[in-house]
Design a protein around this ligand. Structure first.
Ligand SMILES: Nc1ncnc2c1ncn2[C@@H]1O[C@H](COP(=O)(O)OP(=O)(O)OP(=O)(O)O)[C@@H](O)[C@H]1O
Length: 509
């Protein structure tokens, strides 16, 4: 049987940025009706390849064919006319638009806010969101009021409404909770059944294995292998990506549990969450998880000083503290790795070295010394360990790939000597080798006597690195699970239903 001609054939692409060869003879050939995975370490060239298809970068060599026709002088408009839709990592929706406007209107017409018009838009928005994702969003909400996950759902729904021929998902699940991931997979399966072709870029190899028919593996700007997940293991895909074996993804720390370093009692910021009590001890890694709307994100925001708590107390090392701002939280001894790292964590115009140094400024030890050199050398070590791919330490962070930018922020914050680390999704968008490195660092911090609170939607990650996991549901903590005796299904069931822990787990926080 002859196979059908490819829907998309990108061949021999070359693209340099100064001294960096982002694409070096890269090819991607996609069969119609397939779900095609694209994987590679941070900086391997995945985004540059996709940007070439969107007309956002012009390759120096190579060819692109779509439905058998050669394409040149591509632009985002031309790609859209051809029926190629992109779901990018960065949010591109207008923050002041309503959900209905973001879904159905061109950007230029968003100024009109007539009541009847809005009501009809909202009704159509509800229908579309329910159709593709089985959810509705608060009526009249503006894009900026939505969480990252909700914004992404709107972005995907908008793309699907245009009935594309090819849809490219660039790390679509990075900000999604497990249940939304399932809805997305169901939507992709449905689209495939209707003959739509998808390209799926992700660092979550388990997802790639589950939904992709074929996977192209990139390394150093080149496609180095093409495999069928049904005949290949995740560790083989990892080995092809990294060109070595990655062992011990989840190293366990060997710290003993010390005194409580962070104690939260009766904390509330209604309607997001109420009456939350928890303790993180020295030498302990505590996980926190919950679906969208469970309050877990908002709880972490309150600890970051980004959301005022209306009730309850927070103690750091036995002393009552008011964490009214991120600065107050940092002064109280908390190191915070925020989720929205591009907005909150990194100065894009500055170099890697300058970003690393910024974290050291103003950090005063208990004895009153400014300890910069120690931190800086630790940052350098981390940049080395996390294999941040850049032309050098002076490269502006703006020029790094998305995952490498995240590594810079994480290196910066993890190098601060702190008593408590609050990490909000620290490994999202980070490749598997760097993930292992970040887990090793978390273990090291615990062994140095810090307490760590890790918010994550990745249940395997939580079970792999934490001692205990707190699950939130509808604004409250519904259970604390000892990870040594818990499965991811138990965590998911608790997050979904709010049912407390069964055998082998405890209610005590
Ligand atoms: N505008 C640019 N200027 C300079 N270098 C760039 C630019 N865009 C990309 N690069 C470099 O090209 C290489 C490939 O980057 P790309 O964003 O394609 O990687 P990626 O595989 O998508 O990584 P990630 O998984 O981190 O998103 C990286 O070394 C990056 O630093």
């Amino acid at each position: 049987m002859t196979s059908p001609p490819p829907l998309l054939a990108m061949r021999g692409l070359v693209k340099s940025f100064g001294p960096t060869r982002a694409l070096d003879d890269a090819s991607l050939v996609v069969a119609p009706g397939s779900v095609h995975g694209l994987v590679g370490q941070n900086g391997a060239g995945k985004s540059t390849l996709i940007k070439a298809l969107a007309g956002l970068v012009s390759p120096e060599a190579g060819s692109i064919e779509f439905e058998g026709r050669p394409l040149d002088h591509l632009s985002p408009q031309k790609a859209e006319q051809l029926g190629i839709a992109f779901i990018h990592q960065d949010r591109l929706l207008v923050p002041t638009a309503t959900v209905g406007e973001a879904l159905f209107l061109g950007r230029e017409t968003m100024a009109s806010r007539f009541g009847v018009w809005q009501a009809s838009l909202q009704r159509r928005a509800d229908e579309a969101l329910r159709h593709f994702f089985g959810i509705t969003l608060p009526r009249g909400a503006l894009i900026r009021d939505l969480s990252t996950a909700q914004q992404q759902i709107v972005q995907i729904t908008r793309a699907l409404l245009a009935k594309p021929r090819l849809i490219i998902f660039d790390e679509p699940t990075a900000a999604l909770a497990k249940r939304e991931v399932e809805s997305l997979f169901a939507a992709i399966a449905q689209l495939k059944a209707r003959g739509l072709t998808s390209i799926y870029i992700s660092h979550y190899l388990a997802e790639i294995e589950r939904i992709c028919d074929v996977v192209t593996i990139m390394r150093n700007g080149r496609d180095v292998a093409h495999v069928e997940p049904s005949h290949t293991t995740i560790s083989e895909i990892t080995r092809l990506m990294v060109d070595r074996d990655v062992k011990d993804l989840f190293p366990r720390h060997r710290a003993g549990r010390g005194k409580p370093v962070l104690s939260v009692a009766g904390l509330g910021a209604p309607p997001a969450f109420a009456n939350v009590s928890l303790a993180v001890h020295r030498g302990e890694v505590v996980g926190l998880t919950g679906l969208l709307g469970s309050g877990s994100k908002e709880l972490v925001q309150a600890l970051f000083g980004l959301r005022p708590a209306r009730a309850g107390t927070i103690e750091v090392d036995g002393q009552a503290r008011r964490l009214a701002s991120p600065v107050a939280a940092a002064q109280a001894g908390l190191a915070l790795v925020p989720e929205d790292r591009r907005a909150q964590g990194v100065a894009l115009g500055l170099s890697i070295r300058e970003n690393a140094t910024l974290a050291s400024l103003g950090r005063i030890t208990r004895l009153g010394w400014l300890d910069r050199s120690g931190e800086r050398s630790k940052v350098s070590r981390l940049i080395e360990a996390l294999k941040i791919k850049a032309s050098g330490q002076e490269a502006p962070v703006r020029t790094l790939s998305g995952g490498n930018q995240q590594k810079v922020v994480i290196a910066k914050w993890l190098a601060r000597r702190s008593d408590i680390y609050v990490l909000d999704e620290p490994t999202v968008g980070v490749d598997v080798a760097a993930k292992a490195e970040i887990y090793r660092l978390i273990a090291e911090l615990a062994e140095e006597g810090a307490g760590i609170l890790l918010l994550s939607a990745d249940l395997d990650e939580l079970l792999g690195v934490c001692d205990r996991v707190l699950v939130m549901h509808r604004g409250g903590v519904v259970g604390t699970y000892e990870t040594s005796v818990t499965s991811s299904d138990q965590l998911l069931a608790a997050a979904l239903t709010g049912a407390g822990p069964g055998e082998g787990a405890s209610h005590a926080a």
